[in-house]
Structure formats: structure tokens, C-alpha cells
Design a protein around this ligand. Structure first.
Ligand code: PEP
Ligand code: MG
Length: 553
């Protein structure tokens, strides 16, 4: 409803108390309107004031009030939600009437019911008050720094018109553990402030102004998801072992020391990806060595002896700071290690900050957007130089810092053998690898349906990269979103990777699916996918495998 406050739907414990609130709100609205009428009558004239008599009549409409009371009793939802539902129904009925006079009454009803709703929202007890302040964010697009800034705002869900599943805003939403649907066509033409928006983050469905019945139906679904999650959560502290005792390892992707709390709560074995650029985005600027160091030390200490893998700065692409020049193709432009190798004034302080933090616990470093061996060698050389500089200052890491290459550019995948000879480990960034392999911008809604990790080229590339790591005897991990997807985790482990890193909230279900599989089943799944070489068939195989373990509905 235009101009109305956002109304959240809530189940209430005391229906009678809700109805008393309705009575009180009606009485207050009556007083307001009568006062307005008297005021206008004294300043203008009686005929001008008579409009308010029509408004008062709306409040006497027994049918409307009765419908609201019935709706509250039937659904057990909060009164402001039911009131909005019923009022909207009435407005629509009047708007469709043939008779001009009756059609104009729609505006009266809108006006008066808006006033009642204001009183209801103003009189909310703390329980509902919290929910009313909580809201769904609907936007054309959210930059990663917008999303980072929404941490404490009572955000129930995100919906954006632009963006893809692996755009950084979507990744951040996942870190916040709130439902998010991105790439919703014509969203901004469809929603208005005050709409009730139902967001189904599982299927990507967004319903604007759902009926009470739809909401009720979704409560069942929500309950089923909760049951599934609880089942996974009950086993979250169990070891990372398949049913036949083969080890795998699940780690967390974080970008803020505060996220370590969730990572540990979900029993991450360490941090497989620390997105260091998030600090830059939060500050909207270039932090110096000391500021970075303090954050890294906090993260290392919070990890309590578990390894933390710091990815060096990955600015550029969709993660932009104001003073980075605009580019025609930012994802293929001045980004990540390319920027760092050109800017020793940025790269060296960051490496110093990380290495100083490594004195407090086990740390690994990996370089993003490596395209070939030369680039990796150059990045490693800067690291070694900084390491020697710090050693001269008497600063040494607690344990040797291993250096990894992110495999997220097709050229790196093609020369994976040579890179494996230079790197201590691989971490596959599937978010970028899929976009570059398929030439599909990961943040572009118009081509989102082409961003298909089930494409056989993706599966074959992953297999080749894992095999190269195996041949050279270095560990390989996956830290892109696929790693935390319960559909994909079994395939990745089946294809030969041992470590998956994911947003903390994804850990319980990924662990559950893998712990309820044998290594032979995982290998058989991978073999079937590789043999099929068909995206649709791959999707069906993954779905079937995960459903059998999670009992997906
Ligand atoms: C990736 O590309 O898969 C990845 C993990 O890095 P980011 O999403 O930050 O680009
Ligand atoms: Mg990447």
C-alpha cells in the first residue's frame, strides 16, 4: 500500500490483546479525524469539512472491522498485518467499481486505513515493534559495500533487480545468513515502499503482497527447512569423515574477524578464504599497515590455532573503491594481483600486516586472479622480500607461511601443472572460474541463466585442476560458492578435492551430506557426472544425490 509503513507478518500469542489494540487504534483515529474536521470547519467551511464525515463513516464500516477481527482469529497473525490485508482488499473492490462516486471512495478508505495503521504501528508492543523495524531491502542493485553496511539494520531479506548468484552482494547476504534473491526482473517497477515481500531464498521466488494463505503455506515450508537445518546442526561438531572413514575438511570464508564466531560455532576447521578487501570496502578507503595488522591479528587470535588463509587484496571487478578509475570491463581489468603488482605501496604493507599477524598463529597466503606462472613468481618474490625485511626487524611467523595460487582464470587452469610446481596449494575460485570459462558476467542478471556451473566444461576443468594438484602432491581446495552448496560439495569431493571453504552458515548442511556419503558413492557420483557431459543430467544427478541425504522436498 502506497505510503504506508512496512508491516511485518508475525504470529501472535494473544489474539484478544491484538483485537483490543485494534479497538484502541480505531478510537484514536476517530478522535484525530473529528479534530481535523472541526479544525477545517473553523478555518474553511462546513462543506470542505464534510469530507471528514465520509472518513468517519469508513471507521463505522462494520464489515471491514469484522473482516479484520475474523482474519486475526483465523490466522493468529498480528493485527496490523491483517488490517493491511483486508483494507487492501476493500480498496481494490472500490477501485474496480463502475460508479464514479463509489470508485472515489477507494481514496477515502486508503486515507483512513493508513491512519489506523499508523496508530497500530505506533502502539506496537516490543515484540511487534522489532518486527516492524525489521524489513526486506529491495533495490535495483547493492554494491558489496552497501551490503556490508546493512549488518545491523534488522534486514530480514534482500531482493535486487540486478546481480547474479555469485555477485559479491549475494555472497555477503549469505554471510549474513539472510534469504536473498538477486536478478529479479522488473523488481523496481513492481514493488513500492510498504509492500509486504515474501522472499524464498531457496527457490529464488519473490512474492509481493502475498495473501495470508500463501504466508501460511510458507510457514510449513519454513518449518520443513528448519527441521532439515536442525538435523544438520545436530551433527555439526562430528568429524569430517565419510561413512567409510575417509577424511575431508570444511573451512570458512570470512571477511571480518567478527565472522569467526559463526565459523567456530559451525565447527570450521579454519579459514580457507579471508577476503581482505572487505576491510577496504567497510572503510571505503585504503587502510594502512597497522589498521590491517590489527584486523588480521584479531582474526588469527579468534581462530584459536586453526589456520587462517589470507587472500591478498582482491579489489576491482564489482568490488570498487571510489578512487579506482571506471573501466569498460572491470572484471577483466585492473583487479586483484594485477593491481597489487603495480602498487607496491599497497601490496607490501598488506603483506607486512599479514606476516606480522602470522607471529600469532598459523597463517597461509594466497594470491587471487593468477593467470600464469610468471605472475605467481612475481607475487611470491614480493612476499619473500617482505618476509626477509621483517626477519631483519626480528619478526618471524609462528609457522612457515605457505603460499597458494587461486585458480579462477581459465589460463591458470590450463597451466595448472606448472603452477602446481610453484605453489604450496591451490584454491579454486569457482565464482570467477565459471564466469571466465563461460564468458558470462557473474553479476549480470540478463545472462544469469547462462551462468551454469553444470556446464561440462566447468566439470572437466575442475577435474583437470584437481588432478594436476594431485600429480604434484599439493593440496587443492575450493573456496567459491559451489564449495558450500550441498548439491556441489559431494561432486567436488568425488572429483578429488579434499578441502572446501564456504560461508559459515553453509557448513552444517555441507558436512551433513558428506558425512552421510561413502567415498565410493562420491566417486561414483563424479564418474556419472563426467560420463554424462550434459548440464541438465548433471543437475538431476546432483539434486538426486543431495536430496536422498537431506530429504529435500
Ligand atoms: C571466487 O572467485 O570463487 C572467489 C572465491 O573469490 P571472489 O568471489 O571473492 O571473487
Ligand atoms: Mg574470485
Amino acid at each position: 500500500m502506497k505510503g504506508m509503513a512496512i508491516v511485518a507478518c508475525q504470529q501472535v500469542a494473544d489474539v484478544e490483546a491484538e483485537l483490543r489494540r485494534l479497538e484502541a487504534a480505531l478510537a484514536e483515529t476517530r478522535r484525530d479525524i473529528a479534530a481535523l474536521r472541526d479544525d477545517v470547519a473553523s478555518k474553511l467551511n462546513a462543506s470542505e469539512a464534510s469530507i471528514f464525515d465520509a472518513h468517519l463513516l469508513v471507521l463505522e464500516d462494520v464489515a471491514l472491522i469484522d473482516d479484520v477481527s475474523k482474519e486475526v482469529r483465523r490466522t493468529g497473525f498480528n493485527v496490523e498485518f491483517c488490517f493491511q490485508e483486508v483494507a487492501q482488499r476493500y480498496i481494490e473492490i472500490f477501485e474496480k467499481m463502475e460508479d464514479d462516486f463509489l470508485r472515489e471512495r477507494a481514496a477515502d478508505i486508503r486515507d483512513v486505513t493508513g491512519r489506523v495503521l499508523d496508530h497500530l504501528l505506533g502502539s506496537q508492543p516490543e515484540r511487534v515493534g522489532r518486527a516492524a523495524r525489521a524489513h526486506v531491502v529491495a533495490a535495483r542493485d547493492l554494491t558489496p559495500s552497501d551490503t556490508a553496511g546493512l549488518h545491523d539494520g534488522g534486514v530480514l531479506a534482500f531482493v535486487t533487480q540486478e546481480g547474479g548468484r555469485t555477485s559479491h552482494s549475494a555472497i555477503m547476504a549469505r554471510a549474513l545468513d539472510v534469504p536473498a534473491v538477486v536478478g529479479v526482473k522488473r523488481l523496481m517497477e513492481t514493488v513500492e515502499e510498504g509492500d509486504v515481500i515474501l522472499v524464498d531464498g531457496e527457490t529464488g521466488l519473490v512474492i509481493v503482497n502475498p495473501t495470508a494463505e500463501t504466508i501460511e503455506g510458507y510457514r510449513d515450508k519454513e518449518q520443513a527447512i528448519r527441521t532439515r537445518r536442525d538435523r544438520a546442526l545436530a551433527e555439526v561438531a562430528l568429524p569430517d569423515l565419510t561413512t567409510d572413514g575417509v577424511a575431508f575438511s570444511l573451512l570458512a570464508n570470512i571477511g571480518d574477524p567478527a565472522e569467526m564466531e559463526d565459523a567456530l560455532a559451525y565447527c570450521a576447521r579454519g579459514v580457507g578464504l579471508y577476503r581482505t578487501e572487505n576491510l577496504y570496502l567497510r572503510l571505503d578507503g585504503w587502510p594502512d599497515e597497522q589498521v590491517q595488522h590489527e584486523e588480521y591479528v584479531e582474526a588469527v587470535k579468534a581462530a584459536k590455532g586453526r589456520p587462517v588463509t589470507f587472500r591478498t587484496l582482491d579489489l576491482g571487478g564489482d568490488k570498487r573503491l571510489g578512487d579506482l578509475a571506471d573501466e569498460a570491463n572491470p572484471f577483466m581489468g585492473y583487479r586483484a594481483v594485477r593491481l597489487c603488482l603495480e602498487r607496491p605501496d599497497v601490496f607490501r604493507p598488506q603483506l607486512r600486516a599479514i606476516l606480522r599477524a602470522a607471529a600469532h598463529g598459523p597463517v597461509q597466503v594466497m594470491f587471487p586472479m593468477i593467470s600464469g606462472v610468471e605472475e605467481l613468481r612475481r607475487a611470491k618474490a614480493v612476499f619473500r622480500d617482505v618476509e626477509a625485511e621483517l626477519a631483519r626487524e626480528g619478526v618471524r611467523p609462528a609457522e612457515p607461511v605457505r603460499l597458494g595460487a587461486m585458480i579462477e582464470i581459465p589460463s591458470a587452469a590450463v597451466v595448472a601443472d606448472e603452477l602446481a610446481a610453484e605453489a604450496d596449494f591451490f584454491s579454486v575460485g569457482t565464482n570467477d572460474l565459471v564466469q571466465y570459462l563461460l564468458a558470462v558476467d557473474r553479476g549480470n542478471q540478463r545472462v544469469a541463466s547462462l551462468y551454469d556451473p553444470c556446464h561440462p566444461a566447468v566439470v572437466r576443468t575442475l577435474m583437470a585442476v584437481f588432478a594436476a594438484a594431485q600429480r604434484r602432491g599439493i593440496p587443492a581446495a575450493v573456496c567459491g560458492e559451489l564449495g558450500g552448496d550441498p548439491l556441489w560439495a559431494p561432486l567436488l569431493i568425488g572429483l578429488g578435492v579434499h578441502e572446501l571453504s564456504m560461508t559459515p552458515a553453509a557448513l552444517p548442511e555441507a558436512r551433513f551430506v558428506l558425512r552421510h556419503s561413502s567415498s565410493a558413492e562420491l566417486r561414483a557420483l563424479a564418474a556419472a557426472v563426467v560420463a554424462s557431459a550434459d548440464a541438465g543430467r548433471t543437475r538431476a544427478l546432483l539434486q538426486e544425490f543431495a536430496s536422498a541425504r537431506l530429504k529435500l522436498r
